[in-house]
Write a protein that binds this ligand. Structure first.
Ligand SMILES: [Zn+2]
Length: 431
């Protein structure tokens, strides 16, 4: 037994330590490092044109699910439902607005690695990522001018899907004490539909889930900058992350923090009082565009992120107790945007690459949108919205979501370096 078990177990006294030893039987096997070649080839397949961008409810999405399920079968993981497929019908608000009422039949892919210790096997760590993307549908794309071009979503989120498959491959031979659920969600881009279905129809009791670790866009590591959200959702997370990073061969510059509400699947779990983490290597100018392709993936960087996450998951597994959940008292901006505010629509197309100048640069405006009608243009930099200063995408979103459809708002943009004042009447998303 490794000494790393001794300290936490000391609190429970010698008897617990002995029983843990007895039930473990053997020393846990050391984990293999993540394989960047496999990561790259998984992403190359999932983000190839033949899967047509994995839009929920399309054959390409179903093929991606089958690919993931075959991998879990090969690893000998237990299916949570027949064929590893948790089938559901995705019904999105956007579809409803567009008059599409029949829903899109689709599936999550769920596999279980049973825990090796009877004392802990009834507790679960969910390791998840969404595998769907935008396909040929320009609805949520930031390059509507590309029309029905295939948006392959290599970083968003073939990268996270590959990370979850890597973690399954690496963790299975180490025989963790707790059970691990590997969950790949569909319907994320339409509004976290797959993860919402999962928490509403959980394969194990929700209160037996100790933590959810989400991977959404982890394929573009740049300058060692790793973002981890949700670190404040359990009191123990920060120390676990600091220690996992200290053990990295090349430590990351970690930022992020905060609550568990965000624009990815961890939100569905946090809303059910489960501690969550979201690993993320940041936005970039190919985000939600047809140019998010496999050749731009930093698979070596992603392998480092996977190794870091594996250390975090192993630390969770080594805990003698469960995490201490922290509920944020303030509803976060993302929670606000996920409810009423998300209906507000401007139709500007932001440049997702963080610029040097403060403000939100636009790469375009959608035809006929409130932004276009109000006179906003490509290359404008929004610096003020409704009297609130805008420094970046986040402060813009914060400002936007304090309004409701129909509000008339004063917007100040920098156009060719000069401030221009415009008035826009906000619309309704999907309306
Ligand atoms: Zn996305």
């Amino acid at each position: 037994m490794s000494t790393r078990y001794l300290r936490p177990l000391a609190a429970f006294g010698f008897a617990v330590l002995v029983s843990a030893c007895a039930s473990m039987g053997t020393h846990p096997a050391a984990a293999k490092p993540a394989d960047s070649t496999v990561i790259q080839s998984d992403i190359a397949y999932l983000a190839s044109d033949r899967l047509e961008g994995r839009l929920t409810g399309t054959p390409g999405n179903d093929s991606a699910a089958a690919y993931i399920a075959r991998r879990y079968a090969k690893l000998g993981l237990k299916p949570a439902s027949p064929g590893y497929l948790q089938k559901f019908v995705a019904r999105s608000a956007a579809d409803a607005h567009a008059g599409i009422t029949q829903g899109r039949p689709t599936q999550n892919v769920i596999a279980i690695l049973p825990g090796s210790d009877p004392h802990f096997a009834g507790q679960y760590i969910v390791v998840g990522a969404h595998f769907d993307h935008l396909g040929r549908d320009p609805q949520f794309a930031l390059d509507p001018e590309a029309k029905d071009a295939i948006r392959n979503g290599a970083d968003d989120n073939a990268s996270g899907t590959a990370a979850v498959m890597q973690l399954a491959r690496i963790l299975a031979p180490t025989h963790p004490r707790r059970s691990i659920i590997f969950a790949d969600f569909s319907g994320e881009e339409e509004g976290l539909l797959g993860s919402q279905w999962f928490v509403d129809h959980p394969p194990v009791p929700l209160d037996s889930i100790m933590a959810m670790v989400n991977f959404d866009m982890v394929g573009r590591l740049n300058n060692d900058k790793l973002i981890i959200y949700g670190t404040a959702t359990a009191t123990e997370f920060q120390a676990i992350l600091d220690s996992a990073n200290a053990k990295s061969v090349m430590p990351f510059k970690v930022s992020g923090g905060g609550d568990g509400f965000g624009s990815s699947d961890q939100s569905s779990f946090y809303a059910k009082n489960i501690p969550v983490l979201h690993f993320f290597t940041d936005l970039h100018s190919d985000y939600h565009r047809a140019t998010d392709d496999a050749d731009k993936i930093n698979s070596g960087g992603e392998a480092r992120v996977v190794d870091m996450a594996r250390r975090v998951i192993q630390s969770l597994d080594e805990m003698p107790t469960r995490l201490t959940f922290v509920r944020m008292t303030q509803p976060s901006r993302m929670a606000v945007s996920a409810s009423s505010g998300s209906q507000v629509y401007l139709g500007s197309v932001p440049d997702m690459a963080a610029g040097d100048t403060p403000g939100l640069k636009l790469t375009g405006v959608r035809p006929g949108s409130p932004a276009e009608l109000g006179g906003l243009k490509a290359d404008d930099i929004i610096v003020e919205f409704g009297g609130v200063k805008v420094t970046d995408l986040q402060s813009y979103s914060d400002a936007l979501y304090t309004h409701k459809p129909g509000d008339t708002v004063k917007v100040i943009v920098l156009r060719a370096g000069k401030p221009v004042e415009l008035t826009v009447t906000l619309g309704k998303r999907g309306g």
